[in-house]
Design a protein around this ligand. Structure first.
Ligand code: MUC
Ligand code: MG
Length: 376
């Protein structure tokens, strides 16, 4: 089998409500999709998402597309995608960084190979440990009453019992009060967690985390700026409530440094941050080897990207903190024919072939920025 073509699409999908983070408010989420065809016309599809152009990380959706087309695609055309790990390694010797772009290309290769073998992609990663995983919802309307209503509704309908609040923007003390009110309303029926998205300094973190810990919050995600592993290490040893690394954790080497300095109690795995599925398994191995707990993160992917992460996370035995693979639920519309299923507070892991999602090409044509004449 040979890679015959690779097309990349930047796709803008509207969300059901504004989603407030420290660095950006999402009203339209931009995802990047790739279609890789073999010489006999079998299609492998991949997806990555990032948040707020270049405001969450260095790679914007436009940069992902451009760098794949100009620098990665020529390296792999005519190559056999079955060697996806070797090809990813070869790409890494020619292209520095660009982890989201690399993850997108690898996911398309994996989908193509698994479809050719007519197996789910997770079979290429050691097989499944989980057929479903717990799934958190982010309460990010910015309004306490609305957030409490949303949480209570999801508890009643058994859709989510884990709630994450994005509290990096605005007054830290007011935000802590907002979170504690939500924890009081939810009680023991749900887990309440916070994500600061790097917005606090160490002094702010000390008094805010103490209040959150006393208020019953279960997990503190990335309070400090991504480079401050020393500070994250101090917070991890000072508080009982676990501290999670998100933006500070990307590559395998960053995973090793965080583990070595105990700069987190929990890793937020994300396939694009690590540079792909294979790399994410290696990051998970560092966590496993050093007794760090794991959480299946999201960059707010649509249904295909969510299936990619879900299938990979399903191969990791100890996903102690569950996942936050709620992306498709935040979109008004998705670009797949079939949809991700959620049931009993969990996401059901899609079952192949490949990542198990069929692309809706009419929808893709509608939401893609590019002229999609190449779509059959
Ligand atoms: C992040 O920082 O974790 C994941 C869930 C959410 O609401 O935002 C993202 C990004
Ligand atoms: Mg985060």
């Amino acid at each position: 089998m040979k890679i015959h073509s690779l097309d990349v699409y930047v796709v803008d999908l509207p969300t059901i409500r504004p989603h407030h983070l420290a660095m950006h408010t999402i009203v339209t989420q931009t995802i990047v999709m790739a279609c890789m065809k073999s010489e006999d016309g079998i299609e492998g599809w991949g997806e990555v998402a990032t948040i707020g152009g270049a405001s969450y990380c260095e790679e914007s959706p436009e940069a992902i597309k451009l760098n794949i087309e100009k620098y990665i695609k020529p390296l792999i055309i005519e190559k056999n995608p079955i060697n996806f790990d070797a090809l990813s390694h070869m790409i890494g010797t020619h292209v520095k960084g660009n982890y989201f772009a690399k993850a997108l290309v690898e996911s398309a290769m994996v989908d193509l190979v698994a479809k050719t073998k007519n197996v789910p992609s997770y079979e290429l990663f050691g097989g499944q440990c989980h057929t479903s995983l717990p799934v958190a919802w982010t309460l990010a309307s910015g309004d306490t009453v609305r957030d409490i209503e949303e949480a209570q509704n999801y508890l009643e309908t058994k859709r989510h019992n884990i709630f994450k609040l994005k509290i990096g923007k605005g007054n830290p003390k007011k935000n802590v009060t907002h979170v504690i009110k939500i924890k009081e309303a939810v009680g023991d029926a749900g887990s309440v967690r916070v994500d600061i998205n790097q917005a606090w300094d160490e002094v702010t973190s000390l008094y805010c985390i103490e209040a959150l810990e006393d208020g019953g919050v279960d997990l503190i995600e990335q309070p400090l700026v991504r480079w401050n592993n020393e500070g994250m290490s101090k917070l991890s040893s000072r508080f009982k409530v676990p501290i999670m690394a998100d933006e500070s954790l990307g590559t395998l080497h960053e995973a090793y440094q965080i583990a070595k300095h105990r700069a987190a109690d929990v890793f937020a795995l994300k396939v694009p941050k690590a540079g792909g599925l294979t790399a994410t398994k290696k990051v998970a191995a560092v966590a496993e080897a050093t007794g760090i707990s794991m959480y299946g993160g999201t960059m707010i992917e649509s249904s295909l990207g969510t299936a990619i992460c879900a299938q990979l996370y399903s191969t990791i035995p100890e996903m102690t903190f569950g996942t936050e693979l709620f992306g498709p639920l935040l979109f008004k519309d998705n670009v797949t024919v079939n949809q991700i299923e959620y049931e009993n507070f969990e996401i059901k892991i899609p079952n192949g072939p490949g990542f198990g999602m069929e692309i809706d090409k009419e929808k893709l044509k509608h939401y893609s920025r590019e002229f999609v004449s190449s779509l059959s």
